[in-house]
Design a protein around this ligand. Structure first.
Ligand SMILES: [Fe+2]
Length: 386
């Protein structure tokens, strides 16, 4: 069943019973109890924070945050060329192996202020445990480099990893000097993430009141954003999701999943409001930039062919026009749409689909049950009559 099919399911939310799972009592709810051969059950699954990280969180909240975390070495650092356009950042690049996700620390070299783009929480689906090694590493690196994170940006509501946005925000506030008010570092996303929130709030039975204010800044097409002295612009790049955006700073664009690396080509479009034709149009907008502009991608997959040597996070517009598997020059929109839709019909759900969406529409906050613990809903496919 495609992701669209799963997420478009009508819901009835009939409470069935209580079940004991993972040592806690959870409510089992029924979702989409239709009379087809395959039904979808939805259960609550407890989410745990690994004890060592709970301890670490407490320590970090009362001292100056993650002093014991070793700063990771970035996968790569892209410095602006001497002849780069104004507002081209210094970019430190980090790779999250379990979800193949790139996180970018986009730095204004003159003020050392930065934005964290598409940060990640660690999630172990076997034990339903959240941990924060990756996000702590990013914070430790920023601290070591005397970089001040002043913005936390999401390129879209990800369906394959949990965002670290709220955790970063919390830790940055906790690390503010005692006695200072410590301005909250805003979490920003494209404004149509509200529609994404509304859609999944229905599917996962989340009260909309819980989602209000989850994102501190909502951008529109052409919104201007500042990181220190850098001035950037938000581009709406729908297709992969409706709320997909790119952040354009000088000769660098953080594209999310709107254009992937040349050997991978494009991202799936079978999420609600996804559209192959709109993704093609978004890609063409990016590929109309000057050839030297660098497009930083949201993911890299180890199994893909290795034009990039298997380890690149970005390609220039010129490289993408020449080499992108799906978007290179000469590919027509119709051809792309046919290919993309055919491929999506054969794709499995992302491994962390339900976990990611329920957390990411909350900008990275875990939902809380009445007992104060965290739970996620898990739609289950099952034969009729069960
Ligand atoms: Fe994505």
């Amino acid at each position: 069943m495609s992701v669209r099919a799963v997420t478009n399911l009508a819901r009835s939310s009939i409470t069935l019973a209580s079940t004991r799972r993972l040592g806690v009592t959870s409510t089992l709810s029924l979702c989409n109890f239709t009379r087809t051969t395959t039904n979808t059950l939805q259960s609550l699954v407890a989410v745990h924070k690994k004890p060592q990280h709970s301890q670490q969180r407490r320590t970090m909240a009362t001292t100056t945050s993650a002093t014991t975390t070793t700063a990771p070495v970035p996968f790569r650092t892209h410095s602006p060329q001497p002849d780069a356009a104004p507002s081209t950042p210094l970019t430190h690049v980090f790779f999250h192996v379990p979800t193949s996700t790139w996180t970018y620390l986009v730095v204004d070299p003159s003020t050392r202020k930065a934005a964290a783009v598409d940060s990640v929480l660690d999630f172990d689906p076997q034990s339903n445990s959240v941990s924060t090694e990756t996000a702590d590493g990013l914070l430790a690196f920023a601290r070591q480099q005397r970089i001040e994170i002043v913005k936390i940006l999401e390129t879209h509501a990800h369906a394959d990893h949990l965002t670290g946005a709220a955790y970063l925000q919390h830790q940055l506030a906790a690390a503010a000097a005692p006695g200072t008010t410590g301005a909250v570092v805003p979490i920003g996303a494209y404004s149509s993430i509200r529609e994404t929130q509304a859609h999944f709030a229905k599917l996962y039975d989340v009260p909309m009141t819980e989602l209000e204010g989850a994102f501190d800044e909502l951008y529109d097409e052409g919104s201007e954003i500042e990181i220190g002295d850098l001035k950037g612009q938000v581009w709406h790049l729908p297709g992969h999701t409706e709320c997909s955006a790119g952040y354009v700073f000088g000769d660098a664009v953080y594209t999310g999943d709107s254009v992937l690396l040349p050997s991978i080509g494009s991202a799936r479009v079978d999420f609600p409001a996804g559209s192959a034709s709109r993704l093609f149009a978004s890609s063409q907008r990016l590929l109309s930039l000057p050839p030297h502009v660098r497009l930083f991608s949201g993911h890299h997959y180890a199994a893909s062919p290795t034009f990039e040597g298997g380890n690149r996070c970005s390609a220039t517009v010129g490289e993408q026009r020449e080499l992108n598997k799906h978007f290179k020059e000469g590919v027509a929109s119709q051809e792309f749409v046919r290919m993309r839709e055919e491929r999506d019909r054969e794709l499995n759900e992302p491994r962390l689909l339900h976990q990611s969406l329920q957390v990411n529409i909350r900008a990275g906050r875990l939902p809380k049950g009445q007992d104060g613990r965290s739970y996620l809903r898990l739609p289950i496919k099952a034969p009729a009559g069960i």
